[in-house]
Design a binder for this molecule. Structure first.
Ligand code: PBG
Length: 327
């Protein structure tokens, strides 16, 4: 007979014992809700490819921010959709532009109850839909874009953002934005760097969410999904340039990257469960093919297990409600 057998099933017998030994759990304080505000809307507008997610009017955005604070979420990440776009994305710099107005309105509602975050990127504001400005050959001009990002960051800080999320994947963006903020006396504003952001087909629904004008793709600046070690370099650069937190995006198809980065990062590591991840769960559960709530919780827990501390997810508010009810 020999040794008593190790029997892992002993610790799975009932919900109480499973709860006792669970290695990871979700908490509302680490969930961040991405939210879209669209200029000129008087009513929220549901995004067809993301049922249950809305382009907000200013009023519905404020309500969503209050609700997020009440539910104990960690933060809200704001994206703006302007009425007018141009070659250089100037509406992104305008203090009266839709995103800066949205930041100011949300901050006035929630104060310091919720971390107010905003997207530093030009794609929502440019007529060509790229994340930066183009050179004479139509190629995204890295360094000319950095200069604009610096100004955009300062405008968002002055509007009231606590934390900025540069998502354009330009080389050197964290360093330049940090310097611009410091020069403006805004050492207090922190940076959540989208360090390892991959060129992903799963962003599809987001492009509808922000009425993206993009023709073509972002493969000259976002990462190639074939690559792993490059993500480590990107994260190291961002940390060296002053990122307070870093992010991997998308989450689901990149959990190995989340793990790699979480192994060494001295700053908190986040992951973004993006639009396509949301839409897939919604579509499959609407068809009765998967159990919606169980799938949402499992998808988020897997991101936690991979090593992310914070998760940006369109499910943030709903999940916080579930957690409060004790499941
Ligand atoms: C760029 C940006 C994108 C997303 C967040 N910031 C789109 C892109 O890179 O094409 C995608 C988020 C999602 O798909 O949920 N400003």
């Amino acid at each position: 007979m020999g040794f008593p057998q190790h029997r892992p099933r002993r610790l799975r017998q009932n919900p109480a014992i499973r709860r006792l030994v669970a290695e990871n759990e979700l908490s509302a304080r680490q969930l961040i809700l991405p939210a879209f505000v669209r200029e000129g809307l008087s009513q929220p507008n549901e995004i067809t490819s993301m049922p249950g997610v809305f382009q907000h009017s200013m009023d519905s955005l404020k309500a969503a921010a209050n609700d997020a604070a009440e539910r104990g979420l960690g933060g809200i990440m704001l994206f703006g959709i302007p009425e007018e776009r141009d070659e250089t994305g100037s509406a992104g710099l305008d203090p009266q532009g839709i995103l800066n107005q949205g930041i100011a309105a949300v901050r006035a509602e929630v104060g310091d109850e919720l971390v107010v975050m905003s997207d530093v990127c030009l794609d929502e504001f440019t007529s060509h839909g790229h994340c930066g400005v183009l050179d004479a050959n139509g190629v995204v001009d890295n360094d000319a874009t950095l200069e604009i990002y610096g100004q955009m960051a300062v405008a968002q800080a002055q509007a009231g953002a606590h934390m900025l999320g540069p998502s354009g994947m330009m080389d050197g963006q964290i360093g330049v934005i940090r310097q611009a903020l410091d020069a403006a006396g805004r050492q207090d504003v922190s940076l959540l760097a989208y360090s390892a952001k991959y060129a992903s087909a799963f962003y599809g629904p987001f492009r509808e969410a922000v009425d993206s004008q993009l023709q073509g793709d972002r493969r000259t600046y976002q990462m190639d999904s074939a690559n792993r070690s490059e993500a480590v370099i990107e994260a190291e650069l961002d940390i060296a340039e002053g990122a307070d937190m870093i992010m991997v995006k998308p989450a689901m198809s990149y959990l190995d990257i989340v793990r790699d980065i979480a192994e060494f990062s001295p700053v908190p590591v986040s992951a973004y469960q993006i639009s396509g991840e949301y839409s897939m769960i919604e579509a499959a559960s609407a068809n009765g093919w998967i159990d919606r709530k169980a799938s949402v919780l499992e998808s988020l827990l897997s991101i936690k297990r991979a090593g992310a501390q914070q998760i940006l997810t369109y499910y943030a508010a709903e999940v916080a409600g579930w957690l409060k009810e004790g499941k």
